[in-house]
Design a protein around this ligand. Sequence first.
Ligand SMILES: *Cc1c(COP(=O)(O)O)cnc(C)c1O
Length: 483
Amino acid sequence: MSEMKLSFKKSKIGRRCTMLPHNELNAKYPMDGGYLRGQPARLPEMAEVDVVRHYTALSKRAYGVDDGFYPLGSCTMKYNPKVNEKAASLPGLTDIHPLQPEETVQGCLQVLYETQQMLNEVSGMDSTSLQPAAGAHGEWAGLQLIRAYHLDRGDDKRTKVIIPDSAHGTNPASAAMCGYEIVNVKSGEDGCVDLDALRTVMDGTVAALMLTNPNTLGKFEKGICEISEIVHNEGGLLYYDGANLNAVMGVTRPGDMGFDVVHWNLHKTLSAPHGGGGPGSGPVGCKKLLSAYLPVPVITKDDDGYHMEYDRPKSIGRVKSFYGNFLVALKAYSYLLMLGGDGLKAASVNAVLNANYMLHSLKDYSDVTYDSPCMHEFVIGLESFKKRTGVSAMDVAKSMIDKGFHPPTMYFPLIVPEALMFEPTETESRETLDASLAAIKEILTQAETDPEALHATPATTPVGRPDEVSAARNPILKYEFPE
Ligand SMILES: *Cc1c(COP(=O)(O)O)cnc(C)c1O
């Protein structure tokens, strides 16, 4: 694939698209000169047809879940049924204004209310707020609930949050933003929380333990009831990172495992496309003991209809403008109604089945072992494989691009050297899984005979292996004109 010219390089002075009539108002109502540029902006000058072709060509170089297999572990890049997009684009739901009076947006409030109720039911919580805009934002809001709860009881000695070493990076970041000191707890040999290690760090200065279950290795924390007891006995609370609920929906509930707070990623588990950074939605749910602290407004229902309740004196306040990301909640609502309880359970069961199907095929290459089935995702560790062949997890992932598949998550979780994490999700067919497994095995076999070729992949993309350090440290984010 050849390199594409930037639109700036295609620019020809004077070339134009459709022209609007001259604006007479500028002369009648001149703008304050201080707000005007001295010189016209230096934008690419192109004909409409060339602009259209430019962006169409760019769009064809993108790879998304609508193009093919996308096994990004922990992130649930699953196929999002189009009916949900359709629902979220109905004019009655999009042509409204957030400042409209309550009585004119009853339908929208009903959507929000019923989504709250359904999330309560699936997670085993008592109340849920749809305000937070993303997973990390939900974590932060959830930890604020925990903070408010302890302080409200006059318990101001709790300055720490315990987080396992396999956690998603947003967990320690959110806890730090809430002013907590982070205490790391090591995973045991089996990749689960080491209960003895937890006992040594758990005391009356700990506000909460944050946990993902199944954890990021795709393993179910079998000791969860004991973990809950250890934390609760010392007066701490249990936070559930529910960004990825793909393994447990309709099967088990964080609330039943002893968790007090949970955040969701509607954009992961409940079908909202989230490539390119959003928009997301990270509802936070909690047990009764924390309900009073939820962000406002809380959507309530009585005989007169649906309301936005602001009068909640113990609330942590507002965390997002208006209602949160309404259209993302709407897609989740549509998805929940489409699947129903049985459908949600089937989605989880199929997600777990698909992950195990892949794991079975790849486990002989992996340093990480599974003595029981994995959940919705699994991790293979290629450290030994790399020592023998010189081919790294990065080489394998990049080679997948040449075979027409999106790479899995690389080098996460951090506790596994040369990690590749796969999450096929529930919607992939056996044929797709077989095709991707055949490609991966071809790569792993080639590593034995021709490792050099794999270091140079991908060969089919306009850019092969960018220098990732410079790309992160010295990003070039705007066009520099050659003067
Ligand atoms: C994605 C993810 C998050 C963060 O969610 P964002 O919406 O990206 O902020 C947190 N925890 C886990 C386990 C995740 O997979």
